[in-house]
Write a protein that binds this ligand. Structure first.
Ligand code: ADP
Ligand code: MG
Length: 382
């Protein structure tokens, strides 16, 4: 069988840049090498597109030494032999793409749009699912339409908060009790998220969140909280759920450090319990909500759906991650799916969804130009 060239994209203009580099390198390391040749595409923080074997090695990123890497250029002109070019002229033949990007410009539909225009099959969520999964306000609106349980919340545009913050704070206090959690709508890894116990802290929390995004969410903070995450894989109605995990924080908000730094150092704070120790009945509900959330945004590939369990009984859907850290491989291993098989499954789904889209017709011959006279262009109504 001829091997396929799989472009693995990572890095990007996002606060989760470094986390994405790790996920990208994990995909490159674990991809089935009998089936695929992994080609790295590293997007630097300032938007340079680089490729080369040196980008398969974490040392390159530790030393920040990209001298051996080559630039990648994009051509949207189909007449070019390849639409991806190394150093402006050498074609780069790509069969399929694995975006291993987290956060803005990667998990939010933007890169997915580029891949659609390039007419390449790509892994994980499509444009719409990415956008709606990334924007917590949109996500909550869609989840609430599907009657999924959500923590009580309010949201505002930044400019409305900036213009009359005192009124808005009063409005928030009327509908939600302290403590509150304040979040930027479009971010991840807990960045910009803080807790507020009173009016003064709320003002500060709003100011922090407003630095990161133009939409701000205020939620009731759940105090007797346990966090349970569950992953879903598939496409359309053919879906499977993973085991559940319980990440445990040292503070009551899982911070960026908890998620990515403390988990790698000895003895401190953050750990994951896999599988989560929860009653059967709760697990079943969580699995069911996970599948419903995945379907609600029309997701595909693998996503991780994060839940909040209050007082050991009340379940809330907190968020969906359409390109979860490490592609959630650790939630699939206990189910007998290796990281290698998980990547292959995801790439097979990508091809299936690409072929499905190919069935669409994009022409509708109405002979419009011959039917329109020159004069009528002036008053032409669509
Ligand atoms: N309503 C809430 N009550 C208490 N803690 C919360 C609440 N919402 C979020 N958190 C804490 O903040 C963390 C990050 O919030 P989350 O909505 O998952 O954003 P992100 O996209 O940054 O991961 C969660 O993992 C949890 O620890
Ligand atoms: Mg989260």
């Amino acid at each position: 069988m001829e091997k396929k060239n799989c472009l693995v994209i990572f890095g990007g203009k996002s606060v989760e840049h470094e986390v994405s580099v790790i996920t990208g390198l994990q995909v490159i390391e674990n991809i089935d090498k009998d089936k695929y040749v992994a080609i790295p595409l590293y997007i630097t923080k300032d938007g340079q597109w680089l490729t080369g074997d040196c980008l398969k090695n974490i040392e390159t990123f530790r030393k920040k030494d990209f001298k051996k890497a080559k630039n990648i250029y994009l051509s949207f002109n189909k007449k070019d032999k390849s639409q991806l070019l190394i150093d402006k002229n050498k074609p780069l033949q790509i069969d399929i793409v694995f975006p291993a990007l987290h956060g803005t410009y990667g998990e939010d539909g933007t890169i997915q749009g580029v891949l659609e225009l390039l007419d390449l099959p790509y892994a994980m969520a499509n444009i719409g699912a990415s956008t709606n999964g990334m924007d917590k306000v949109m996500m909550k609106k869609i989840f609430s339409y599907h009657n999924l349980p959500l923590v009580p919340y309010k949201w505002y545009y930044r400019e409305n908060l900036e213009n009359n913050i005192d009124d808005k704070i009063e409005e928030i206090e009327k509908s939600l009790d302290y403590p509150l959690v304040v979040k930027p709508s479009n971010l991840g890894s807990s960045i910009g998220i803080t807790k507020a116990k009173d009016r003064e802290q709320l003002r500060k929390s709003l100011e922090i969140a407003m630095q990161y995004d133009s939409k701000i969410i205020i939620e009731r903070a759940i105090e007797k909280i346990r966090e349970i995450n569950c992953s879903v894989i598939g496409y359309h109605d053919d879906l499977e759920v993973s085991v559940c995990e319980e990440p445990v924080a040292i503070d009551n908000i899982l911070s960026f450090e908890d998620k990515y730094i403390r988990s790698n150092s000895k003895g401190k704070g953050f750990s994951r319990k896999i599988p989560a120790q929860i009653p059967e009945q709760i697990r079943q509900k969580i699995e069911d909500y996970a599948v419903q959330s995945f379907k609600a945004i029309d997701c595909s590939g693998v996503a991780r759906i994060d839940f909040i369990l209050e007082d050991n009984e009340k379940i809330y859907v907190n968020e969906i991650n359409t390109i979860p850290g490490s592609i959630s491989f650790y939630l699939w291993q206990p189910k007998g799916v290796s990281f290698k098989d998980l990547i292959t499954k995801i790439l097979n789904i990508a091809e299936k969804s690409y072929n499905e889209k190919k069935k669409n017709m994009y022409n509708f011959d109405a002979d419009l130009f011959n039917k329109i006279s020159r004069n009528s262009l002036k008053n032409l109504q669509k």
